[in-house]
Design a protein around this ligand. Sequence first.
Ligand code: NAI
Length: 377
Amino acid sequence: MVGGGEGAYIGNIHRLASRLDGHWQLVAGAFDVDPDRGRAFAIGQGLDPARSYGTCQELIAGESGRADRVDAVAICTPNFTHYPIAKALIEAGFDVICEKPLTATLADAVALERLARESGRFVGVTYTYCGYPMVHEARVRIARGEIGAVRTVQVEYPLEWMAAPIERAGNAQAAWRTDPKKNGRGGSIGDIGTHAYHLAGFVTGLKLDSLTADLATFVNGRALDDNAHVMLRYQGGARGLLWSSQVAIGNSNGVRLRVFGETGSLQWFQEQPNELIFTPLDGRVQTLKRGADEMSVDAKARTRTPPGHPEGYLEAFANLYAGFAEAIRARRENRVPGPIGQNLPLAHDGLKGVAFVEAVVDSAEAADQPWITPVAV
Ligand code: NAI
């Protein structure tokens, strides 16, 4: 692992989730921007002091020479460091699991996606919400035609944690997220809008045609948007509406997806992740339950406990790690991956997210908020 040291947010989620199914072992790391703190943290995690590195460069040098070198490296650092770290790792022959957004700039995302493709290295991107079994269930049911052709998609990711200027009160996570050089051009839209955009496309299978956007910064002195409204036109005529907000008081993590088709609708809410609401035209509202016999192979492959025993965020994240492990093993064994190793978020999905942010900010900054087609869809 690179990043995710003492006091960091997402690194510990990666550590917990990667261990859940026994596919991964954490054996080496450069966990902190401060090398000494990183080494101390690694040793505190029980790692071999020889594999407790101060920097990513040390990790590459140390691991490259080992017979038991690491299989893959998870990148859990702020956005602007993803590209140089991923590039160095890929060029040294390591597979990579990278946090979203893939990079802070579009140029970096284009370069990284090309590098992933041309090198043949595995590059997974941790779009958390496509790890949930009931999100896969929705994807499968839409692909089967159970709600007919999709007409509209409503997707939202509201959070409340940045409703006050916490970046100026010592909050480390908010500090780099409000610095355009470290975060990238999109504030809420880059941080969480990318999750929502990926989720909508993943579940519906729709590709974007164009978008127009309205960005707002409600907290005085903040350099980036903390609220975004984006209208989406998909290829084939479907429409979408995406809302991301870091100032939506009352929302701890209110990811919500609603998809309306010609003959039915599906709704999923991440704070009730074990359920998917299916409503056929003129029919009864049905609550589909994770773990039930009728669920798809794809949902079952990502399910560990029977219905009624809730699964959630860590299990969804673990499903991504299990999927990445299966995809890497299948590639080595020259076979088709099992269901959990399919439909994974990869470098191209990361590029699409960054291209989406670029188009959103371009549209919002232009006087007439034009419809724009992202460079990758
Ligand atoms: P954070 O600020 O809490 O932690 C960043 C960590 O990286 C710190 O330990 C820091 O010392 C370390 N670091 C920084 N530069 C480094 C370098 N060059 N080498 C080694 N370590 C370095 O950040 P947070 O909130 O954990 O976010 C990290 C990444 O994860 C971001 O890209 C963010 O967008 C993403 N994220 C994804 C989530 C998801 O749901 N998939 C949720 C939260 C964050």
